[in-house]
Design a protein around this ligand. Structure first.
Ligand code: NDP
Length: 333
């Protein structure tokens, strides 16, 4: 049987290009006791992977040049050397960008949903849903009537974060790069207002028009100039959830922004970054809340799915051009 794998061919300097990746054929994996062979069904592409393509270690180890890229995968067990897993079972875990891989069952979790719902294990019930949940619940702490602004609003984290804020009775303003995305946010997800940051001449003015009472919570997915502008309009005792800085991930130079300490001081602002794994022990409660909200129709999950293993690089690079609405996934089989 054929088995394909993507490796990191070279570290990108600036934008990721197709030269960053190389697809090669590898042999089918062998199985040891306690392992399963997993056929990848859906592979998640995520902005954090850009950081792992750099040489420097951050909160996570860099990818190794010449070795497989890896990330979140949902797959089907096709062979098992663990009695508690049978062919046909679905599992998820951190696995290589590879059609078939072997993995110890201690490193996977079971996914008990019908095949049609597998994408949700990587979106609302996956890392990005949890990221939205903990950012909003632990740092944002939304209260009824507050104004919440979300950048990267139409992406995987942003769509869920905005809907959680709506559950708590907030006024939610989403920022994205297109009218189609903004239409989706307002008409399908119930966001109160949206701004297209690419077409507006004056983001500061648009924000003040759409947030007449100032901003109480800013869920920052993008950083850079968009965030610089938003921070100017934060209220007293406001909270800034520093979730991601995607607009800077491909920067070749160190980015110098405004000095925000005076603003933080005089407005008693809370500015807090976080990494989702900080809250690992609380995942069960988060998943229980997210499940309830999805069942009640209060949260909708959306995935943008590209077919074909060979399209993994295209899907990944699309994140930096805003090609996705909701969670970007690649369907392998
Ligand atoms: P998304 O699904 O939001 O995809 C990325 C989106 O970012 C694009 O669709 C695009 O939307 C926007 N974007 C890309 N480039 C730029 C740019 N230069 N300026 C402004 N917007 C840009 O990704 P996720 O939801 O998975 O992740 C969102 C953020 O959360 C990322 O920064 C990510 O790194 C971070 N994150 C943090 C975690 C944590 O533990 N703290 C965990 C998971 C994610 P548009 O078309 O609107 O521009």
């Amino acid at each position: 049987m054929e088995n394909k794998q993507y490796i990191l061919k070279e570290r990108p300097y600036g934008d990721v290009t197709s030269d960053t990746f190389h697809m090669r054929r590898v042999s089918m994996p062998s199985l040891r006791e306690g392992e399963i062979m997993v056929k990848a069904k859906y592979i998640s592409v995520d902005p954090y992977m850009r950081g792992k393509m750099n040489e420097q270690k951050t909160y996570t180890e860099p990818y190794v040049v010449g070795k497989a890229i890896y990330g979140a995968v949902v797959g089907e067990v096709v062979k098992s050397k663990d009695k508690s897993y049978q062919p046909g079972d679905f599992v998820q875990g951190i696995m290589p960008w590879q059609e078939y891989c072997s993995i110890h069952t201690e490193d996977v979790t079971r996914v008990n949903v019908p095949e049609a719902d597998l994408p949700t294990a990587l979106s609302v019930f996956g890392m990005t849903g949890l990221t939205a949940y903990f950012g909003m619940m632990k740092i944002g702490r939304p209260k009824e009537g507050e104004t919440v602004v979300i950048s990267g609003a139409a992406g995987a984290v942003g769509t869920i974060a905005g809907q959680i804020a709506k559950i708590f009775g907030c006024r939610v303003v989403g920022i994205s790069s297109s009218e189609i995305k903004n239409h989706y946010l307002e008409h399908d997800l119930g966001f109160d207002e949206t701004i297209n940051y690419l077409t507006t001449d004056d983001l500061d003015y648009e924000l003040s028009r759409k947030c007449p009472d100032g901003i109480d919570i800013y869920f920052d997915n993008v950083g850079g100039k968009i965030s610089d502008t938003i921070l100017e309009q934060m209220n007293f005792f406001s909270r800034v959830i520093v979730c991601g800085q995607i607009s800077l991930y491909n920067s070749k130079e160190k980015n110098i922004g405004p000095r925000i300490q005076s603003m933080v001081l005089t407005r008693s602002m809370l500015v807090q970054g976080y990494i989702i794994s900080n809250y690992y022990d609380e995942y069960p409660q988060a998943l229980s809340d997210l499940t309830k909200w999805v069942q009640e129709g209060k949260i909708k999950s959306r995935e943008t799915i590209i077919n074909g293993f060979e399209n993994l690089p295209r899907a990944f690079m699309g994140l930096f051009r805003g090609a996705n609405i909701g969670k970007q996934l690649v369907k392998v089989f």
